[in-house]
Design a protein around this ligand. Structure first.
Ligand SMILES: Nc1ncnc2c1ncn2[C@@H]1O[C@H](COP(=O)(O)OP(=O)(O)O)[C@@H](O)[C@H]1O
Ligand SMILES: [Mg+2]
Length: 137
């Protein structure tokens, strides 16, 4: 079953720079999909379009559709999209340098109901015991 479908996506930066033209891709449920391309090919732009993060970059999806689990994401806000289960892990090991380990984990739990937080935190610490040792660093 197709989980994420991008059809004929077109993205323009600053109303003039056409970066993506007719991009289509399909992610099947239970699979791993890799998007490969040279530097500047438009990989990050594709992910930003899916997450709805182009506006902050003066970019715009000028045509195409993005569908996740039968829901149209095109035009949806990033807040809404992340709650539907689409999120990005930044490249280059970016971290919040002013936050402790535990505060950082709490940020990752942003979309979860507060009632699940304690149990999920315990689970993360059981997977990665070193984080528990360093929770206040
Ligand atoms: N905010 C922006 N404003 C204008 N052009 C941009 C912006 N971000 C990326 N681009 C241009 O869009 C193209 C694709 O960039 P990008 O999606 O970052 O490529 P990749 O992630 O594949 O290296 C590049 O030519 C880049 O210069
Ligand atoms: Mg990139």
């Amino acid at each position: 079953m197709s989980l994420l479908t991008v059809q004929n996506l077109e993205v323009v930066y600053n109303d003039v720079v056409l970066v993506l033209k007719g991009l289509s891709l399909n992610v099947e449920e239970g699979s791993i999909t890799a998007l490969l391309g040279a530097n500047g090919a438009g990989k990050s732009t594709t992910l930003k379009a899916i997450s709805g993060l182009l506006a902050g970059e003066d970019g715009k999806a000028t045509s195409g559709t993005i569908t996740y689990k039968d829901t149209q994401l095109s035009g949806s806000s990033p807040e809404k999209t992340v709650r539907q289960g689409i999120f990005q892990v930044m490249e280059g090991r970016r971290i919040f340098e002013d936050l402790t380990v535990e505060e950082t984990l709490k940020c990752g739990a942003y979309t979860q109901p507060a009632s699940k937080y304690a149990g999920n935190l315990e689970k993360v610490y059981s997977y990665f015991p070193r984080l528990l040792e360093r929770r206040t660093q």
